[in-house]
Design a protein around this ligand. Sequence first.
Ligand SMILES: O=C(O)CCC(=O)C(=O)O
Ligand SMILES: [Fe+2]
Length: 387
Amino acid sequence: MATGPPSAFPWASSLITRAWINRRLPHPNAATSSAASPGGSASDLRESLSLQGNQGRMAEIFDKMKVEFVDQDESVQVIADNICETGEVPERYVRSEIKADPVIVNAEALGGFFQLVNHGLDGGLLQQIKVDITEFFSLPLEDKLAVAIPPNGIQGFGHHFVFSKEQKLDWVDMLFLATRPVEERSLAFWPTKPSTLRDTLDKYSLELANVSAQLFKFMANNLGVNQEALLGIFKGLPQSMRINYYPPCSQANKVLGLSPHTDGVGMTFLLQVNDVEGLQIRKDDKWFSVKAIPGALVVNIGDALEILTNGQYKSIEHRAVINPVKERITIATFLSVNLGCTIGPFQELLKTGEARYKVLDSVEFTKGYFAAKLEGRRYLKSLKLGI
Ligand SMILES: O=C(O)CCC(=O)C(=O)O
Ligand SMILES: [Fe+2]
């Protein structure tokens, strides 16, 4: 991928060219105090969870949404180690689709993804989080299982988004955590080993909240929409992290690290913990490999922001592939909408054209995203009008 942002993000280019390094950004909550009025009628579900201000616990939300997961408690890392002996990739991980996909290496700038280099994140902190995360995944399995995902849970270590016993599985072990607002955290899932990890995650989470608040301001100016209205949709800067450990696989062309999907959120920040590539994005039915700039955050637009911007910003389908000899580790930080608002194109953007997406309650929106089982752009397509 080219080092510059795509043309859809002129404000991002100013971020990259301006000397932002080491500049401290304002505290995110200072910027989000006056949220836009959500509009629309509050659903019973939202009321029952007291979600205004995001008070509901994430587990409770998923429970109410009736998202059901199938327990899958094996570790891919362990399977990867065993393959050395058996030579066989278990059938549930074998993906036939990969060979059929044409892949072009090193994409030029594509809309919907860009790399943020002058993000202002402290270099020492980035180094520390890389060390801590690498150490966590190299712990014995029983230490990682101390924070295992409980039955039908979503936070913790293990396989995520397994909806059926037949479903093909991704070649990845994950640690998923709700990280912001701080009162949403379930510390039971935050590893205590290595001892510095919790503190590092906390600091990293705050830094990214600051960066995202700043990016939203740039976006609002770029789009010509009310800053407070945009920040209001993301009130409290709801944030979660999916930390992905992709073991190497000698038969890498048989497995997929992460199935094709779009992110249902506002935007995602991806940090490559080691220098192994694997992220690919889809354009015109071709897969393009993203070459991450060292120290950069790869930022991508999620479904919610595509809808809010009436399609001006695009949520691009992406996936992760596996390296035959090297492990790959990434941290995806998701910035989600506040579960007390309504998602639909901003009124200011409809002066010159028709609304291209349905308007729906953010709880319904999130529920629908999971119901679509993370399959490519299927969910987003279902929300398009006039197609
Ligand atoms: O690890 C990667 O390269 C992609 C991660 C990702 O897309 C996700 O966690 O949603
Ligand atoms: Fe993703």
